[in-house]
Design a protein around this ligand. Structure first.
Ligand code: ZN
Length: 218
């Protein structure tokens, strides 16, 4: 089996950091992006541009069914983006998203003889998403291996990093500036530094400031 990996790739900070991480670790890297009627088509455009620039074979898969079943703030303009209060999940949570994305990624990977899957899920800056937890990923890894009788390995390089640590990893990979300028994390669809106001921008920018302060000291 080849030393190849398939990265679940959205064009955001986290999955782009994972893409560079995979490019250091594996000889062949491919990417898969899921289109589920996100509010901003610019996410898909960002993912396309990054994949083209780095010569990464890239597949965009239509998962519109997901937003038909589970309307949420990422796919519907009439649902407000808000953080979860008092134990509630944020309005950006999409039931089953990582379960489905990783399952489809695994099917696509096996077709190509790829057994390594890479995803940017993270338990540290835990927004309350149950399918970002390490225990869920480990459980799904076992399930996928049993379902397809195939030795998948799901890699989660960001699992125990906070946003400042993720910027540090980008810096160690030599791509901090690239990721800063060319990825899209903002819920309002603005690439790079973003709108600065939405929860995703606040988390991303606070992490960058924290890391830059830390780097300044060493
Ligand atoms: Zn924003």
């Amino acid at each position: 089996m080849s030393n190849a990996a398939l990265v679940v790739f959205s064009g955001g900070q986290d999955s782009t950091t994972c893409l560079f991480w995979a490019m250091k670790k594996f000889t062949n890297v491919e990417a898969i992006t899921f289109h589920y009627n996100q509010r901003h088509k610019s996410e898909i455009e960002c993912a396309n541009l990054i994949a083209q620039k780095w010569n990464i074979p890239h597949k965009v898969l239509d998962m519109g069914l997901l937003s038909q079943l589970a309307p949420n703030a990422l796919t519907r303009n009439d649902i407000e983006i808000r953080a979860g209060e008092a134990g509630a999940l944020p309005s950006t949570f999409v039931d089953g998203r990582n379960l489905l994305f990783l399952s489809f990624a695994a099917i696509a990977a096996k077709q190509k003889g790829i057994r390594h899957l890479v995803t940017g899920v993270c338990e540290t800056d835990f927004s309350g998403y149950p399918d970002c937890r390490d225990i869920f990923i480990k459980s799904l890894n076992v399930t996928l291996n049993l379902a397809m009788d195939y030795p998948f390995v799901i890699h989660t390089p960001l699992m125990w990093l906070d946003k400042a640590d993720t910027w540090e990893l980008a810096d160690q990979l030599g791509e901090l500036e690239y990721i800063r300028q060319h990825t899209l994390t903002c819920y309002n669809g603005i690439p790079g530094e973003g709108c600065g106001q939405c929860p995703a921008c606040k988390l991303r920018n606070a992490g960058l400031i924290k890391y830059m302060e830390r780097r300044g000291k060493t």
